[in-house]
Design a protein around this ligand. Structure first.
Ligand code: ZN
Ligand code: ZN
Length: 145
C-alpha cells in the first residue's frame, strides 16, 4: 500500500465510520517499531506502521485506523481523546476499533536450519516446524536463532 492509498483509505474510513472528514495527513512510518499507529496532537497527522498491513492484513489495519481516528476526532472536537477517557472508550467500541494495536514482530528474524541438507532459512515470524519443511529437500526444520 502506498502513502496515497493510505491517505484515501483513512479518509474513507473516517467518512463511513465517523461521518466526519479526515482533513489532515496520514503517512506510513517504518520507524514506529511495535506501535500500530500514532496521532500527533500538534499538527493532527497520523502515522501508521506498514507492518500491520503486511503481517495482519487489511481488516486488522482498518481497526487500527479507527483507533487512531478516535484520538483524532475526539481531540479536534475537544472531547476526551485519551485511552482512559470515557468518550474514547465509547467511540472506539461504537466504530469497532482495536483497543490495542496488534503486535508486530520487528525483532530479529528467526533462522531455521534444515536437518537434512543444512539449508538456512530466515523468516520474520515464527513458523510451525511441524507443518513447514525445507523448500529444497522437504527436510525438517529446526530453529537455531
Ligand atoms: Zn491510542
Ligand atoms: Zn533441506
Amino acid at each position: 500500500m502506498t502513502n496515497n492509498e493510505l491517505q484515501k483509505l483513512v479518509e474513507e474510513v473516517s467518512l463511513t465510520s465517523f461521518h466526519l472528514p479526515f482533513k489532515h495527513q496520514a503517512i506510513f512510518n517504518r520507524r514506529l517499531k511495535s506501535t500500530g499507529g500514532r496521532y500527533h496532537l500538534k499538527d493532527h497527522h497520523l502515522d501508521f506502521n506498514p507492518l500491520i498491513v503486511e503481517q495482519h492484513g487489511l481488516a486488522e489495519f482498518i481497526k487500527v485506523i479507527k483507533h487512531e481516528l478516535c484520538h483524532y476526532h475526539l481531540h479536534l472536537t475537544k472531547r476526551g481523546y485519551k485511552h482512559q477517557d470515557q468518550d474514547f472508550k465509547q467511540l472506539l467500541k461504537k466504530v469497532d476499533g482495536s483497543r490495542f494495536a496488534p503486535t508486530v514482530s520487528t525483532g530479529k528474524e528467526k533462522t531455521y536450519l534444515c536437518k537434512k541438507c543444512g539449508q538456512k532459512i530466515s523468516r520474520q515470524r515464527k513458523i510451525d516446524t511441524n507443518r513447514f519443511v525445507c523448500g529444497k529437500c522437504n527436510g525438517k526444520l529446526r530453529l537455531i536463532a
